[in-house]
Design a protein around this ligand. Structure first.
Ligand code: UD1
Ligand code: UDP
Length: 357
């Protein structure tokens, strides 16, 4: 098959790495980078470290309001699809690049494949929720990471073309963990002792765009019982500067630039606990068997909470600090994200069903 893949944001490069590797063994892939993320440490570093093939097209869309960014990607992806005439279009997750890519293809009657389909927070204030719901309703093939995702689709009447393949991020994590532990020197660089620090990430719009929520989170981070390492997303760095909130960050917080994936795995594997509002990092906490405190009011990754490895603490400094103090996951972990063979399963399914779709 000839498959056009649209990626644009950091987590999509990581998800695409194992899938592209598997897909290209027997199929042709045209890789389209929308340019939604463009800083070297938000984009190029992942292509280099994960040996992702260079994009065939970089649309260089850059940042913008939701409508402007989504619309610009839609128009440019359409041009590429008209030129390339792929058999299908593959998108990941829930960003503006995901929705714009899916919409461009669906309008041209090119079947859409959605990896990480069926996730729901049931919070329509999140841009990601709008992107996911619409992408799932445009998709012909829906690849779900969890049973909950399959059930979410069923409750919206989507049952055809739905496959539970596990989570491709687990494939990526397993593939790169040994490399990360052998190669990364980030602990030495930052002078960190294994299990002697907390790792934190903050970037979700519902937190960064609300000064009250962001202030509460920064207060909690500063009052954490151990030193905190905070690789800061450019969105959050910009808003902290604009809002004059940097004084809320205490001396025990090490703010650093976003790190590459190998350094991130090394930090996740060595930290005592994780504080985050990221989707991917919640899952990686589970993969690394580290307790996670999620600074959101809901999560799409409900299994991580149900199994006792993740605690929802909202954006309330008291709740976050209580969760940090009390997080004590049980021994053992059920395999809620599959076996690390999701990319292979994805390719087998499209090969088995390609003729019939
Ligand atoms: C996007 C996704 C979000 C995902 C996240 C992963 C949408 C609506 N949101 O959020 O679901 O979790 O990516 O990280 O698609 N910026 C830079 N350099 C970059 C990229 C961004 O400085 O390379 C800054 C710009 O000021 C930009 C802001 O970050 O306006 C937000 O970037 P954008 O891509 O719009 O959204 P994210 O917050 O990154
Ligand atoms: N990540 C990274 N460096 C960082 C922060 C995150 O490599 O400084 C990785 C992280 O390991 C995970 C992915 O980026 O694989 C998560 O992306 P992000 O948190 O930006 O988005 P989300 O998953 O919330 O959509």
């Amino acid at each position: 098959m000839k498959i056009a893949t649209v990626v644009g944001a950091r987590p999509q490069f990581i998800k695409a790495a194992p899938v592209s590797r598997e897909l290209r063994k027997r199929h042709q892939e045209i890789l389209i980078h929308t340019g939604q993320h463009y800083d070297a440490n938000m984009s190029d570093i992942f292509f280099d470290e994960l040996h992702i093939p260079r994009p065939d097209y970089n649309l260089e869309i850059g940042s913008g309001s939701h409508g402007r960014q989504t619309g610009a990607i839609l128009a440019k992806v359409e041009e590429v699809l008209l030129e390339e005439k792929p058999d299908a279009l593959l998108v990941y997750g829930d960003t503006n690049s995901t929705l714009a890519g899916a919409l461009a293809a669906a309008k041209l009657h090119i079947p859409v494949m959605h990896i990480e389909a069926g996730l729901r927070s049931f919070n329509r204030n999140m841009p990601e929720e709008i992107n996911r719901v619409l992408t799932d309703h445009l998709a012909r093939w829906l690849f779900c990471p969890t049973d909950t995702a399959v059930a979410n689709l069923a409750s919206e009447g989507i049952t055809a073309g739905v496959y539970q393949i596990g989570d491709v991020m687990y494939d990526a994590f397993l593939y790169n963990r040994e490399l990360a532990l052998a190669q990364s020197s980030i602990l030495d660089q930052l002078n960190l002792n294994p299990k002697g620090f907390i790792l934190c990430t903050i970037h979700r719009a519902e937190n960064t765009d609300d000064p009250q929520r962001l202030g509460e989170i920064l207060r909690a981070v500063s009052a954490a019982p151990l030193p905190v390492v905070l690789p800061l997303h450019p969105r959050t760095r910009k808003i902290i500067q604009e809002q004059g909130l940097s004084s809320l960050l205490g001396s025990k917080v090490q703010v650093i630039d976003p790190v590459g994936y190998l350094d991130m795995i090394a930090l996740e594997s060595a930290c005592r606990k994780l504080m985050t509002d990221s989707g991917g990092v919640q899952k990686e906490a589970y993969f690394a068997q580290v307790p996670c405190i999620t600074m959101r009011d809901e999560t799409e990754w409900v299994e991580t909470v149900e199994t006792g490895w993740n605690t929802l603490a909202g954006a309330d400094s008291k709740r976050i600090l209580e969760a940090l103090a009390s997080a004590a996951p049980p021994a053992g972990q059920p395999p809620i994200f599959g076996q690390g063979d999701s990319a292979r399963r994805f390719v087998s399914i499209i090969e088995e069903n390609g003729e019939r779709q």
